[in-house]
Design a binder for this molecule. Structure first.
Ligand code: NAD
Ligand code: G6P
Ligand code: MN
Length: 441
């Protein structure tokens, strides 16, 4: 069996220890010879890097290991780059959430004005990362979680169309775990049909391998409880605010009971509810800083202090499962079926070819082959067209340095009530993102 070399970009991310744990648990199915962590923040990288050095020494000393802030060292001789960088870190996520709220608009990491602002920050760093990867390891695949995935994917399509970058999201995987629990199955027992954009989609079928359709049964459950489950099905998406999001899916389903909705539609269908239930002084970024970030970094610091990882563990949820499954599918040509963000090219028959959509794909050595999802109804199609145009305008605004196009993107977002609010918001976002955005004219 071939052994692979993996670099994790955003090596200081809160998700890195979970992914490394998952890699170590799957060495029999996805063997690795080399593991490197790469971050541009030396201090974050040091804490996570030193802790995982101990984890590796105790569990897989045969794997060559390094952590670094040097792109040359990180990207030389790698087969896979798992990317999850956050340009501007939680400090900027907090502003992405709080600035819109000040204007009475949804403040969210990837949806609405916050997602647009984050997109304008991410594009440059992602393109730079791709260029570095191609320079040092031209055959390497990048499996990218870095958000906002919809805008990043569109930027890759436009700016680096030939790059071996696959943009992915763990939400369809995480929600499928919930659906599986509802009907007493395992995710691997189920094949789904799904259409949409990233953080903006619907399941149209959930079948077992014998072809039994579970959508009606799941729908009856979701109509009452949303995706709230009786038992803990994951280690992520478990905080109280996430539980409320899972529950709110029942109100999303009510709008179109034919399909099972992605939870992120709540920001587009119920923006007024979201704003009313937000606290401008304490948003999700604050919860993550006080929660996941503290937990992961204190566990890492304890490991370094004690010199051993015994009695410490990092949680590895659907996020870690998915990226390792995907790497294996490419490495061993497994032809597994996975929901991914790809260029439409007819997968959704009545939607633009050049839209980056999220659909099930068969994944093998050549990457994803999208499965045809047929025609979609007018309601979803119109919503998607509005949203994909926002995403395309953001990328155009970035490329052209266009104030006008970014103002249009904000005006078009379903979360923003008027061009006037969009302009006021844009001016505040420009000020807050001076260090990160290109200059707009
Ligand atoms: P985090 O801030 O803990 O980690 C991100 C790391 O990236 C930080 O250590 C930061 O220093 C580093 N970084 C920033 N710019 C960089 C660059 N140019 N090069 C190298 N490293 C860089 O954030 P997190 O909460 O762990 O999330 C990480 C990323 O994963 C975010 O983009 C988040 O939105 C994304 N994410 C995506 C999905 C998905 O479904 N697609 C799921 C979970 C997380
Ligand atoms: C889900 C989404 C990701 C998003 C994350 C935010 O996993 O698919 O795209 O980044 O939630 O979670 P957080 O716990 O950081 O709010
Ligand atoms: Mn996602």
């Amino acid at each position: 069996m071939n052994k692979f070399s993996v670099v994790i970009a955003g090596g200081g991310s809160t998700y890195t220890p979970g992914i490394v744990t998952m890699l170590l648990d799957n060495l029999d199915q996805f063997p690795i010879r080399k593991l490197k962590l790469y971050d541009n923040d030396e201090e974050r990288q040091r804490v996570i890097g030193e802790a995982l050095e101990i984890v590796l020494r105790e569990n897989a000393p045969e794997i060559e290991y390094a952590f670094t802030t040097d792109p040359d060292e990180a990207f030389t001789d790698v087969d896979f780059c798992f990317a999850h960088i956050r340009t501007g870190k939680y400090k900027m996520r907090e502003l992405d959430e709080k600035i819109p709220l000040k204007h009475g608009v949804v403040g969210q990491e990837t949806c609405g004005p916050g997602g647009i602002a984050y997109g304008m920050r991410s594009i440059g760093d992602m393109i730079e990362l791709i260029d570095i990867m191609e320079k040092y390891s031209p055959d390497c695949w990048m499996l990218n979680y870095s958000n906002p995935a919809a805008i990043v994917a569109e930027a890759c399509r436009v700016l680096r169309p030939k790059a071996k970058v696959l943009n992915i999201c763990d939400m369809p995987v995480g929600t499928l775990r919930r659906m599986s629990q509802i009907i007493g199955k395992q995710p691997k027992d189920l094949d789904v049909r799904y259409f949409g954009l990233n953080h903006f989609g619907w399941w149209t079928s959930i079948k077992d391998k014998e072809g039994h359709e579970y959508l009606p049964e799941i729908r009856d459950y979701v109509a009452k409880h949303g995706y709230l489950t009786q038992v803990e099905v994951d280690t992520q998406h478990m905080d109280q605010s996430w539980q409320e999001t899972h529950k709110k899916a029942k109100d999303l389903l009510a709008v179109d009971p034919r399909f099972l909705p992605n939870t992120y539609l709540k920001y587009y269908f119920y923006p007024d509810y979201v704003v009313e239930h937000s606290d401008i002084h304490y948003t999700r970024a604050n919860e993550v800083i006080d929660g996941r970030e503290k937990e992961v970094f204190s566990a890492a610091e304890r490991i370094v202090e004690k010199g051993t990882a015994k009695n410490e563990s990092f949680s590895a949820g659907s996020h870690a499962t998915f990226i390792v499954d995907l790497a294996r599918a490419i490495a061993y040509n497994t032809h597994e079926r996975m929901v991914m963000i790809v260029e439409n090219n007819g997968a959704i028959a009545n939607f633009d070819d050049d839209a980056m959509v999220e659909v099930p794909c068969i994944v093998g050595t050549d990457g994803p082959e999208p499965l045809s999802q047929g025609k979609i109804p007018e309601f979803e199609r119109a919503l998607m067209y509005q949203q994909v145009t926002v995403e395309k305008l953001v990328v155009k605004a970035y490329v052209e340095g266009s104030y006008q196009k970014l103002w249009q993107a904000l005006t078009l977002s379903k979360t923003v009530p008027s061009a006037k609010v969009a302009k006021a918001l844009l001016d505040d976002l420009i000020e807050a993102n001076k260090e990160y955005w290109p200059e707009l004219h």
